[in-house]
Design a protein around this ligand. Structure first.
Ligand code: IPD
Ligand code: CA
Ligand code: CA
Length: 256
């Protein structure tokens, strides 16, 4: 099953790389972009993954695809990092997760520009281009934290900057690269150590959540034991349990 999904995702990435029908539109605000290729990639993935697993439902970013009624649910972000993609910044990826009875069992995140294929199957480890990956063991004071500043809901931006300013003296540095899926995968393979974002949607983190867990890391909302997969949530991820708890402690000063 994983290999078939990888084949479909790689095929979909050809649409991503095809400029022929490329056009940028706004979704409600100037910060929220969608390109014609986001829609085309999603349509292709839905068509092919439905054929692969006929009795499955789909939770996808584009359009109004919000059906989680079946045991098997595909959770798809056709392009995570659209603001990068639309500007030819190569930090963006296709993210596909397969959920079975409310648990992610397969995760694939593929950045065709960087030829980076992150994959995980539940209980079988996480891989980057077929090589097993593991989170770092970096302590909190030396950790690199990926974060973002609530660009879609700017009324929350101030508190995200306050959080960033507050935590910076306690860690090594911060990054905002524009693709939550890629950032979470970077934590999974040790190219960074922690992640915090105030509000993400399931399609942003579903696939990467399994990749990070299978790489030995931790991911949750502000409640350390929970990661909702049906609604938007705050996402905290870290290489170690200690760092996850410390990160939640810092974030809880600003967010409930
Ligand atoms: C966005 C990216 C970004 C994150 C946003 C997401 P999109 O996804 O993951 O890094 O900060 O919250 O919505 O819109 O490019 O698919
Ligand atoms: Ca996204
Ligand atoms: Ca997207």
């Amino acid at each position: 099953m994983l290999n078939k999904i990888i084949g479909i995702v790689k095929e979909a990435s050809k649409i991503m790389l095809d400029d022929t029908h490329f056009h940028i539109n706004e979704k409600g605000s100037a910060s929220n972009l969608v390109t014609t290729n986001d829609v085309r990639v999603q349509a292709f993935l839905q068509k092919e993954l439905e054929k692969l697993l006929p009795n499955s439902s789909f939770l996808c970013e584009e359009g109004d695809v919000r059906d989680t009624s079946k045991d098997y649910v595909w959770i798809i972000d056709p392009i995570d990092g659209t603001a990068n993609y639309a500007r030819h910044i190569t930090v963006c990826a296709i993210s596909v997760a397969l959920e079975y009875k409310h648990e992610i069992i397969i995760g694939v995140v593929y950045n065709p520009y960087q030829n980076a294929l992150f994959t995980a199957q539940k209980g079988e480890g996480a891989y980057l281009n077929g090589e097993k990956i593991h989170v770092s063991d970096t302590p909190f004071r030396s950790a690199l934290l990926y974060t973002a500043f609530s660009m879609y809901e700017k009324e929350y931006s101030h508190s995200t900057f306050m959080f960033a300013e507050d935590i910076l003296p306690y860690i090594n540095d911060l990054r905002r690269t524009g693709s939550a899926a890629c950032e979470l995968c970077n934590v999974a393979c040790g190219r960074g150590d922690m992640f915090f974002e105030l509000k993400l949607y399931p399609w942003d983190y579903a696939a990467a959540s399994l990749i990070i867990k299978e790489a030995g890391g931790y991911i949750s909302c502000l409640d350390v034991n929970t990661l909702p997969l049906e609604r938007p949530t705050t996402v905290v991820a870290a290489n170690t349990k200690e760092n996850q708890l410390e990160l939640i402690k810092h974030a809880s000063k600003f967010f409930k």
